[in-house]
Ligand binder design. Structure first.
Ligand code: FAD
Length: 669
């Protein structure tokens, strides 16, 4: 696709947009006619914060209708990781002709910086007309905030003459992410004939934190997790609007699955170790059960100072296993719709292959939908989960997860979870002059320190909740406040506070007592990121609280009174107002003071096609649809309303278990 000219680009754009429109995907329409100039020709530069070491600068050259050159300066990034990804990232931008690139596995933070900077250049060159880095140069209509949005649409009509190729496989897996690769790795290792298709040009969604119960590693380090209590807690988070059998499947089989996953990793990368974080809930957590379930692959490379750099061995090992067992992975191949025979059995799919060709793939034993949720489909998000849509000010989600599998399943009668559920992290930072309704995700920052339980105030400058909550719970509390957002306030002793807070999982900044390199950012990295956010006006700094209130657009008197009261309670050591744990009550006294207006950073969606514990997709009467399976974020029946963040890594954990179990069953069928 390198060097694709504008005509080819627009042909592809039209084709995809037509498919999307037919699918009612996002009410997306191409913005520009072929003859119309899109960009003001010239060279544009933009920067974004990259991994720890600093700023990534991107220079993009445009002619009237296309991107003609890209140069990424990632000299501030770790040479062997972000630096090594530069050429690939440049190629991806040229091929995509947009900022909607997959990025490079293992260099996800640098990749994100490149995406942000390219999006900025595109905005500059198009005079703001291209607002979003979609797969194609399209402008998305602002989703309607009231009334039903047609996010479901109908399947596109595709004539037989349009089908360029027909493939026959035993097992077709749609999506080469966590659930899909595990499905294929397990099935192929048991002799199943597997094809995996994925919309992207590579697999990019490997994550660090894998939640599992009863692994060999857990036994070795004496990690404490009560199985029944963990299951009960998960059901409680979901108000039981879930399938407890499916949750038990994760609880019962995740140890075996992660042990097997680790055996694959050791086979391909003998120096990588599985590590466990067991000092969770340190200091006591009165209101939530926090079991030790979190696992993480780590290598011995001293340059890989943080776990972010090691999120590559799992996918690499699964891909190598699939290929070694005769399985095939075809990238740039996207599910369009499912096909059924007269009896209603799913026989396969129609997909688009590179160059926009349609192919038919017949799957003798079954189709497994593992193509993620719909976090990149704003219209679908706004319609299904308006609260999450309003709370979200920034997205870290996979740009290709547009709900295709969920819609394709529903087109043939599959049922979907009734509740919109998103994984929201309390790390979206915006400037004080921005509001929840701006939805200008590209301008927001990733404020990782937002997950620290500092004082948080609403638009009136008042405290509104116990700040010591799972990530999305404090966002939900903020959503109920005027303007739906809140502001986090901290002071110059922030590192000391963070050490005392002893956050865990991906909010961790100080090393875990269990050893390893489990913090996502070090204090040094946080310091640099804060400086960048400050320079962008997202973090505000002032010598006095009054001055800070003005900068944060908060009523100064109320804000000052709130901080006084908070400090008083901290000195007393008892949070009489909201019951926060005493060890997390630390007064804000040391100037300069800081604040950041916060909303959600959207990670992914978690409501999907309803499945049973065999991963069979259910129709609206609760009966399995023959030949159709789903796993991971594309599937539902597991979460409702929130992400149980204190069961750390359960999203990937359940995706892997679901993939493993369905892969095994189909291979043995
Ligand atoms: C930044 C970030 C960090 C996270 N960290 C963690 C963590 O540490 N622990 C945790 O438990 N969870 C984490 N999550 C959530 C976790 O990533 C998801 O729950 C998990 O990836 C779900 O796996 P999946 O296989 O269903 O989807 P994915 O891993 O997202 O894979 C879906 C795949 O389907 C492909 N696809 C989409 N549409 C199509 C189509 N039409 N045809 C073909 N292919 C298609 C996509 O390209 C993608 O490769 C994180 C999420 C984000 C965004």
């Amino acid at each position: 696709m390198d060097g694709m000219n504008r005509r080819e680009f627009l042909r592809k754009a039209g084709l995809i947009a037509a498919g999307a429109a037919a699918a009612g995907a996002a009410r997306i329409a191409p913005v520009f006619a072929e003859s119309e100039a899109v960009y003001t020709p010239g060279t544009y530069t933009a920067s974004a914060e990259g991994f720890g070491e600093g700023i990534v600068t991107v220079t993009v050259t445009f002619d009237e209708t296309s991107i003609t050159g890209v140069a990424v300066d990632a000299s501030s990034q770790t040479e062997t990781i972000g630096g090594a990804a530069v050429k690939t990232l440049e190629k991806q931008v040229m091929a995509a002709q947009s900022s909607a690139i997959d990025g490079v596995t293992g260099a996800s933070v640098t990749s994100r910086a490149v995406k942000e900077a390219v999006a900025d250049c595109i905005r500059q060159a198009s005079g703001g007309r291209i607002i979003e880095g979609g797969d194609v140069a399209v402008q998305e209509e602002q989703p309607a905030m009231t009334g039903p949005a047609d996010w479901l649409g109908t399947p596109p009509e595709i004539g037989e003459e349009e089908i360029a190729e027909t493939l026959h496989v035993q097992i077709l897996v749609v999506g080469a992410g966590n659930a899909g690769l595990m499905t294929a790795a397990r099935a192929s290792s048991l002799g199943g004939h597997v094809l995996v298709i994925d919309k992207g040009i590579s697999s990019t969604t490997e994550r660090n934190w894998i939640g599992a119960l009863g692994t060999r590693e857990a036994a070795a380090c004496g990690a404490k997790a009560d199985r029944n209590l963990t299951v009960a807690e998960l059901c409680r988070y979901a108000s039981h609007r879930c399938d407890e059998k499916l949750i038990r499947l994760w609880a019962d089989r995740s140890g075996e699955v992660v042990d097997w996953y680790y055996s694959l990793v050791r086979n391909w990368h003998p120096d990588v170790e599985l590590h466990m974080e067991w000092d969770v809930g340190h200091g006591g957590h009165d209101t939530f059960y926090v079991p030790a379930v979190m696992h993480n692959f780590q290598d011995s490379n001293p340059e890989h100072a943080y776990s972010v750099s090691t999120a590559c061995y799992g996918f690499d090992s699964m891909i190598s296993t699939i290929r070694a067992n005769g399985g095939e992975i075809r990238y740039e191949t996207a599910l369009v719709k499912l096909e059924q025979n007269e009896a209603g059995r799913v026989t396969g799919v129609i997909a688009t292959a590179p160059e926009g060709r349609y192919i038919r793939i017949n799957a003798e034993k079954g189709v497994v939908l593992a193509c993620g949720g719909y976090s990149a489909n704003k219209a679908m998000l706004a319609a299904i989960n308006p609260d999450a849509w309003i709370s979200t000010v920034q997205s870290a989600g996979c740009a290709l997860n547009t709900g295709d599998g969920i819609r394709a399943g529903m087109w043939i009668g599959a049922d979907k979870d009734p509740d919109g559920t998103a994984m929201l992290f309390d790390r979206g930072g915006i400037r004080p002059d921005q509001t929840a309704l701006d939805h200008n995700w590209d301008e927001a920052g990733y404020f990782h320190l937002g997950s620290q339980p500092w004082l948080k105030v609403n638009a009136r400058g008042e405290r509104f909740a116990n700040e010591s909550q799972p990530y999305d719970f404090i966002l939900h509390a903020g959503f109920m406040q005027p303007g739906h957002l809140y502001t986090t306030v901290y002071d110059s002793d922030w590192l000391q506070h963070v050490t005392q807070f002893h956050q865990f999982g991906c909010a961790r900044i100080i090393p875990s007592d269990s050893g390893g390199r489990l913090q996502i950012f070090s204090p040094e990295v946080e310091t640099r990121i804060l400086a960048i956010l400050e320079a962008r006006g997202i973090v505000q700094k002032a010598d006095t609280l009054e001055e800070l209130a003005v900068k944060l657009r908060l009523p100064a008197e109320t804000f000052a009174a709130t901080v006084r009261r908070y400090n008083e309670l901290c000195e007393k050591g008892v949070d009489e107002d909201f019951g926060k744990e005493a060890y997390r009550m630390i007064p804000l006294k040391t100037a300069p003071f800081y604040g950041c207006r916060q909303g959600a950073s959207l990670q992914c969606t978690l409501d999907g096609l309803r499945i049973n514990e065999r991963m069979e997709v259910l129709d609206t009467s609760g009966e399995p649809i023959s030949g159709l399976y789903a796993a991971g974020d594309c599937s539902g029946s597991f979460f409702a309303h929130n992400y149980p963040e204190y069961i750390i890594g359960v999203a990937v954990g359940r995706s892997l278990v679901e993939g493993y179990v369905v892969g095994e069953a189909l291979a043995q069928k």
